[in-house]
Design a protein around this ligand. Structure first.
Ligand SMILES: Nc1nc2c(ncn2[C@@H]2O[C@H](COP(=O)(O)OP(=O)(O)OP(=O)(O)O)[C@@H](O)[C@H]2O)c(=O)[nH]1
Ligand SMILES: [Zn+2]
Length: 187
């Protein structure tokens, strides 16, 4: 990531909105924003496959659900945060599982780039589907978008719910109903 370029751009924005980038409170701001972007967009650079330490100890064909994974991402339309929770359910194949913490790391990875909620949801589902080859996987995300609350429509408190279903979660009506009712228990 080109930190110097971000700094220069932020300084330009400050001037363009009518601020004085040399006043005491703003002198360090371009540098801070550059470091902040490096952190919140780290998912553009890092490799998510490092989180795929696979164990073969899962209960075959039994569903695993990790709920309420905290999520912070940046809406690509306005570069404002959207904040919420991800819920992931999957049915391992041949006992192929990953550590529970890795789901939070994978959610974080795909959140840390300019995003829309729909694509974030699909990217997490596709990544797990392609790399774990589970019988089925479901990802549900609920989030509040600052671009809808602090500006524009000013729809404070509105929530957006997205889901991505793969494998038996999509094709098998009974499995889909089961996972949705388990996830709905808390959503
Ligand atoms: N589908 C989808 N839309 C999003 C997401 N994040 C923000 N948006 C929307 O992206 C749209 C961009 O609309 P535009 O009309 O191009 O931009 P705008 O004039 O700033 O729109 P307003 O927010 O309505 O003021 C808005 O409706 C946002 O609510 C997201 O994750 N998914
Ligand atoms: Zn937005």
């Amino acid at each position: 990531m080109d930190l110097e370029r971000i700094e220069a751009a932020v300084k330009e924005i400050l001037i363009a909105v009518g601020e004085d980038p040399e006043r005491t409170g703003l002198q360090e701001t371009p540098k801070r924003v550059a470091r902040m972007y490096q952190e919140v967009f780290a998912g553009l650079e890092n490799d998510p496959t490092v989180h795929l330490k696979v164990f073969d100890e899962g209960q075959d064909e039994e569903m695993v659900i990790v709920r309420d994974i905290p999520l912070h991402s940046m809406c690509e339309h306005h570069l404002l945060p959207f904040v919420g929770k991800a819920h992931i359910a999957y049915i391992p194949r041949n006992g192929k599982i990953i550590g529970l913490s890795k789901f939070a790391r994978i959610v974080d990875h795909f959140s840390k780039r300019p995003q829309v909620q729909e694509r974030l949801t699909s990217q997490i589902a596709d990544f797990l589907d392609e790399n774990l080859d589970p019988v089925g996987v479901a990802v549900v995300i609920e989030a509040e978008h600052m671009c809808m609350t602090m500006r524009g429509a000013k729809a404070a408190g509105s929530g957006t719910l997205t889901s991505a279903l793969r494998g038996s979660m999509r094709s098998d009506a009974k499995t889909r109903a089961e996972v949705m009712s388990l996830l709905r228990g808390r959503i």
